[in-house]
Design a protein around this ligand. Sequence first.
Ligand code: IMP
Length: 415
Amino acid sequence: MGADIIIGIQWGDEGKGKIVDKLCKDYDFVCRSAGGHNAGHTIWTNGKRYALHLIPSGVLHENCTNIIGDGVVLSLEALKEEMKPFGDLKNKLFISQKAHLNLKHHSLMDLAREKMRGKKAIGTTGRGIGPCYADKVLRTGHRVFELLNPQKLCADILADFAMYEDIFKAFDIKKPNENELLEELKSYKDFFEAFITDTNLMLYKALNEGKKILIEGAQGSMLDIDHGTYPYVTSSSTTSCGALNGLGLSPKQCGKVIGIAKAYTTRVGNGAFPSEDLSEVGEKIAKIGNEIGTSTGRARRCGHFDAVAVRYAASLNGLDYLALMKLDVLDGFEKVKICKAYEYNGEVITYLPNDLENAKPIYEELEGWDKSAGIRDFDSLPKNAKNYIARIEELTKTKIKYISTSAEREDIIIL
Ligand code: IMP
């Protein structure tokens, strides 16, 4: 038995948190494998809203062990803050010693670079994700286990500032005060030491013992550094293969892969979005769907379901099935649209060209429905909602197993 993976297959914010939360009770481990506190997973339970960024969603379930894996870029400051509402997480949360430290200067550099890019800004979350991964790839980063020796880590960070002085100067980032930095690192060591471990070993042991592991993907496949809409992407591998790698697991340890998609499409930040709807229809979807970013509070761009992008992401991830989220947001629309192909250079295509911004959506229009909100069994769905779901299955060539009909944990149809 391998690790099951929940993966976003649009541009992030698909509602992964709700599915992970729903499935958690059947798993012993819930793991984050990549990204950082740019991610935001919202979970509603008993009318209470939890916004998670770095902590895996298993934290809300008593029997789940939660792992922040090797591929994550970790802001100690953000994680400490996020842990506050959950009380003592010792023996419930573990952090890979190999994860990279996302330090203060990374977010300063992220913001400065975005400013320098001007019109070509990516629209990042400003959380230092790109600069931290850049340091990792340049082999100038620092890993979590280094925190266990704060004196050395402090000296090494200061040495970076001396070695790359010109770069920091260009970004107008000042060298930290040695005493302040050391005190800060010491206090993080005291706080985090009990959580830092060899999570690879933990997971191998768990798999050998037949324990059940769920990997909670972050962002979405279309934001993948290799396969997304580059350069308007995040800096990590957001696909199922990246998820395994980010935890030190091999393809042979892969279980089921579940792709999460909204019943429409959203995107935060800049970059191509062929099925974006800038009319009052898109505005209405944004309003009903409360499409505001969990991490940054930014308004999300909204549009219609893009079956071309989802089919591409389905094959990229090797999906076993799809979860279709927020179907209820489309309740009450007279017509609903699915983008089934693009017009590109005078041709009709059903793949994603590199210059996706030049692809125009070709829509299929379907009849809308009155109400799906709160429905928990498939047979009770309105006929037109069923037609919409069937058409998405056909066009994406992927079986739909879950349909979410509200933000509440129990409002879900399982097929
Ligand atoms: P970064 O990950 O902060 O570097 O941002 C790069 C791009 O990914 C921007 O367009 C962000 O809006 C987007 N992005 C990053 N994390 C998320 C997420 O969790 N949900 C949706 N979009 C995200």
